[in-house]
Design a protein around this ligand. Structure first.
Ligand code: PBG
Ligand code: ZN
Length: 323
């Protein structure tokens, strides 16, 4: 006796009744790149559809996002002046603090997440304080708490440390609790690989390291067991949400962490993953919308609760069309 699997595939309504996974606008966090100035909205060559924007343009963008049912954003700052310790990120009038304040004032219902790192603010482009040839973990921890407090004071809703420093979650949790922000959640970039897929992002964020690479702090793509330990360690330090990044080449890791934690899980669908589909679509090599949706489904199926993606607006439009 064989089973007739095709029976439940014959009708569109039956197919939707038995569908195991779905994608909704509630799943998404949309990345935004903010820089100083007025009226600036410049498209990034390596990421069609992604822009560096000044704060006034970001405020307009929020109106569009709300219309699409997208309320969560993650902010990346591009300061005019960079130095060895990323001072702009430690200053109340820095680009990120100013952006958070402006957004929360005009759009209080937006959920504002910040990427907490130093690479966008340092002249050498590394994710922390340099000591000889590499990033000094503990010296970077010391100034990370300060950056978190700057974001918190400006009114951020959630902080997402992305530098892959050991002990960062414990450090930030203590700093936030000590300053009265015990209810501010931390979404850890808990398992982040040293990946070639970040190439286009470094163009937008102008954060390519001036020497060396990030292999001494980001993870080796070859390591599965270590990937699980990294995320579980962040859970034990007090993270509220875990993350795997990039996602497409790491869906096995997403599933395995999901099976080892009860915390919500995010995935970061990174710049290179976006660029690949964008360019293949522009060349008519694939049915773009269909492939994007199939890709989003794969994240949910692998165990993601939250998807950080440059495709979020396109997906929201596709979902509106389906209704
Ligand atoms: C900063 C950071 C990076 C990304 C998010 N936060 C770049 C990096 O680690 O080099 C990558 C995002 C993307 O590629 O879309 N640490
Ligand atoms: Zn960084």
């Amino acid at each position: 006796m064989f089973q007739r699997f095709r029976r439940t595939r014959l009708n569109t309504h039956l197919r939707s009744l038995v569908r195991e996974t779905s994608v909704s606008t509630n799943d998404f966090i949309y990345p935004l790149f903010v820089r100083l100035g007025k009226g600036i909205k410049s498209e990034v060559a390596s990421m069609p559809g992604v822009f560096q924007m000044s704060i006034d343009e970001i405020l307009k963008e929020c109106i569009e996002l709300k219309k699409l049912g997208l309320y969560s954003i993650i902010l990346f700052g591009i300061p005019d002046v960079k130095d060895s310790i990323g001072s702009d990120s430690l200053c109340e009038h820095g680009i990120i603090a100013s952006a958070i304040r402006a957004i929360k004032k005009e759009h209080p219902e937006m959920f504002v997440v910040t990427d907490l790192c130093f690479c966008e603010y340092t002249d050498h482009g590394h994710c922390g304080i340099i000591d000889e040839e590499t990033v000094n973990n503990d010296a970077t921890l010391e100034i990370s708490g300060q950056q978190a407090i700057i974001h918190a004071k400006a009114g951020v809703d959630m902080i997402a440390p992305s530098g892959m420093m050991d002990g960062i979650i414990e450090t930030l949790r203590e700093a936030l609790d000590g300053a009265g922000y015990e209810n501010l959640p931390i979404m850890a970039y808990s398992t982040k690989f040293a990946s070639g897929y970040y190439g286009p992002f470094r163009d937008v964020a102008e954060s390519t390291p001036s020497f060396g690479d990030r292999a001494s702090y980001q993870m080796d793509p070859a390591n599965r067991r270590e990937a699980i330990s990294e995320s579980i360690s962040d859970e034990l330090q007090g993270a509220d949400i875990l993350m795997v990044k990039p996602v497409l080449a790491y869906l096995d890791i997403v599933r395995e962490i999901k099976d080892n934690t009860s915390l919500p899980m995010a995935v970061y669908n990174v710049s290179g993953e976006y660029a690949m589909l964008k360019l293949a679509g522009a060349q008519d090599l694939i049915d773009y919308d269909r492939v994007v949706m199939e890709t989003m489904i794969s994240f949910k199926r692998a165990g993601a609760d939250i998807i950080i993606s440059y495709h979020a607006k396109e997906v929201a439009k596709m979902l509106q069309k389906q209704l």
